[in-house]
Design a protein around this ligand. Structure first.
Ligand code: HEC
Ligand code: HEC
Ligand code: HEC
Ligand code: HEC
Length: 475
């Protein structure tokens, strides 16, 4: 421990607080001026060739670096209970592990159409043209069909993903927020834009997209807006409880889809990396560490030192980002990540099957004649809470690493609420003289295989996808 503290005191001090001073100047061609609004990264690359080279590496796809998050792998099949949780919309049809930033729009174009039914709104994180399109089109930007809105992007950039202008001011090269979604969300929690520190910006540029968002709907189910449901949280504590309160607030219209087994409209949670990382329990956030410290480490290129612009898992970079602050071995650091992830996966699996069991029991209760309507409504409501909590950790991309104790707390609650919902539904079935079915994990897997088997070999449940859901103990 002393060794760790010593290493951190010396190295993080230099990195976090002296910032750029410890770096040698970046070779820049000062005569090149990047025009305001310039989207093409190749133009920026003329001025910053090393950064552009680093950026172009985001095209590479690799396998085998991570136990849970390899590029492009199927992300539903390995945890079969998710098919039951997402029965009723695109999430249960096709959902893959993230790839590099350059491909993000191309990946979205290729994904099953059921994932883009919400409309143009789906482009919000995927194209630098979005802030302009939203200004120009107003509510039509959100509700009109995805391809109709994408066709408004100039043709040569219709497949272009993350680019320099999403995070930088072309004139000063300072970090800058380009999305109204984050600006509005920060305002809602009282974080003033003028008081954001440089170190906070090194996380907030990522929080433009690596957060959960909700799409509001009109009476016909058409999209009207997209927002981060943070208003009931606060800076440093955007908890799942705060997010759920806003999602369930009827005035907000954030119930986006209908879950078939429990026959009710639900909200949804997407990749809350920033929220989990910045919540209480996060040792790294408390120590002032930013997303960029672990995902954009400094690297030497010729005579200069740059922040890597190849955004990737620290595991793929052989733990090198961690060595900026830690002086343990790379093997030790990797083992710490795996220990945390295996334990999170254990609880995610346990909780996930409990929530799926609740769904199947509620489904049976709905079909049981004479079942008590009040009890059923209560079971359905607790199911909604359990589902959102389980997804808070399952959709987050670090498998618990960004904040291990918070991940455990949330999954513990999901497990408890899954059980509560199941018990209420069971008792309602018994009271109506029915016989509740028993669902252990194998029985749930059997239901999944039967109901959600792939029809095209690409989407839905495929038997050849390796299972990652796993318990460390035997029950
Ligand atoms: C404009 C939206 C946006 C911003 C800003 C953004 N990301 Fe991403 N990021 C994405 C999307 C979308 C994906 C998934 C892309 C895919 O699968 O095609 C992704 C994927 C990733 C991945 C996985 C890469 C891989 O190859 O597995 C990492 C790591 C990552 N982002 C980190 C960051 C960090 C750190 C920041 C801030 C410095 C950041 N992102 C800013 C949208 C964004
Ligand atoms: C997802 C956000 C994001 C995108 C997109 C992005 N950068 Fe950066 N960039 C950063 C962050 C974070 C830093 C570190 C800034 C700091 O420490 O103040 C940085 C730093 C820089 C620096 C300052 C020197 C250094 O290495 O720290 C330059 C120059 C730069 N980026 C150029 C580019 C270019 C050129 C592109 C497009 C090819 C680009 N960036 C795309 C987030 C981004
Ligand atoms: C202390 C280091 C650290 C910090 C700080 C950190 N991460 Fe991570 N992140 C990790 C590790 C470790 C993983 C797990 C990677 C794996 O399993 O391959 C990860 C995983 C990810 C992934 C999935 C990568 C993949 O290959 O699919 C994304 C996306 C991500 N982090 C984004 C962020 C964002 C956004 C922030 C800030 C809000 C952040 N991270 C802060 C260490 C960090
Ligand atoms: C910018 C500096 C920095 C980076 C980069 C960084 N860490 Fe840390 N890490 C810290 C600090 C500071 C602490 C708190 C240490 C303390 O108080 O003893 C810490 C604590 C930890 C702990 C102990 C957590 C606990 O709950 O006590 C682990 C494990 C850890 N880091 C792993 C990693 C891994 C793995 C990476 C790379 C993916 C990484 N760190 C990257 C600064 C950093």
């Amino acid at each position: 421990m002393l060794r760790l503290r010593f290493g951190i005191a010396v190295l993080a001090g230099g990195m976090l607080f002296a910032g750029g001073c410890s770096k040698e100047p970046v070779t820049v061609n000062a005569s090149i001026v990047i025009p305001e609004g310039e989207k093409d990264p190749a133009v920026w690359g003329k001025k910053y060739p090393h950064h552009y080279d680093s950026y172009l590496k985001n095209k590479e796809r690799t396998q085998g670096y991570s136990k849970y998050r390899n590029d492009n792998e199927d992300r539903i099949g390995p945890w079969p209970f998710q098919f039951i949780l997402w029965d009723g919309w695109g999430m249960g049809v096709e959902y893959n592990e993230p790839n590099g930033h350059i491909d993000m729009l191309r990946d979205q174009i290729a994904v099953d159409p059921s994932r883009k039914k919400a409309g143009g709104v789906c482009l919000t994180c995927k194209s630098p043209y979005v802030p302009e399109l939203k200004e120009k089109l107003g509510v039509d930007y959100f509700r009109k069909p995805y391809e109709e809105i994408r066709a408004q992007i100039p043709e040569k950039h219709r497949e272009m993903g993350l680019v320099c202008i999403d995070c930088h001011d072309p004139k000063t090269q300072e970090l800058r927020l380009s999305r109204w979604t984050l600006k509005e969300a920060l305002r809602a929690i009282g974080k003033e834009e003028g008081k954001i520190t440089r170190q906070e910006m090194r996380s907030l540029v990522c929080a433009q997209c690596h957060v959960t968002y909700s799409i509001s709907k009109d009476a016909e189910g058409k999209s009207t807006y997209v927002k981060f449901p943070w208003a009931k949280g606060q800076w440093g504590n955007i908890s799942i409880e705060a997010v759920i309160k806003q999602i369930k607030d009827k005035e907000e219209h954030l119930l986006e889809w209908k879950h078939k087994p429990t026959d009710q409209k639900l909200g949804h949670i997407r990749h809350p990396e920033f929220e989990l990382f910045s919540a209480p329990g996060s040792v790294h956030w408390a120590a002032g560490v930013a997303c960029a410290d672990c995902h954009m480490p400094y690297e030497r290129v010729g005579q200069s030192k740059i922040s890597s612009h190849r955004w990737q898992s620290p595991l793929r970079g052989n733990m090198k980002p961690c060595l900026q602050c830690h002086n343990q071995s790379q093997e030790w650091l990797k083992q710490q990540v795996l220990n945390i992830q295996d334990r999170t996966n254990h609880m995610f699996t346990k909780a996930g099957y409990a929530v799926a069991r609740a769904a199947l029991t509620i489904e049976q209760a709905i079909k049981t004649p004479g079942v008590d309507a009040k009890a059923l409504a209560k079971a359905k409501d607790i199911y909604h809470e359990a589902y959102l909590r389980n997804t808070w950790i399952g959709a987050e991309n670090s498998m618990g690493f960004h904040n291990p104790p918070e991940a455990m707390r949330v999954l513990g609650d999901a497990l408890d609420q899954g059980r509560q919902a199941e018990i209420i539904a069971r008792e309602a079935i018994l009271k109506a003289k029915g016989t509740p079915k028993e669902f252990d994990m194998a029985a749930i897997d059997a239901v999944v295989k039967e109901r959600y088997a792939s029809k095209d070999g690409k989407t839905g449940f495929r038997a050849n996808v390796p299972k990652k859901a796993a318990l460390l103990g035997d029950r």
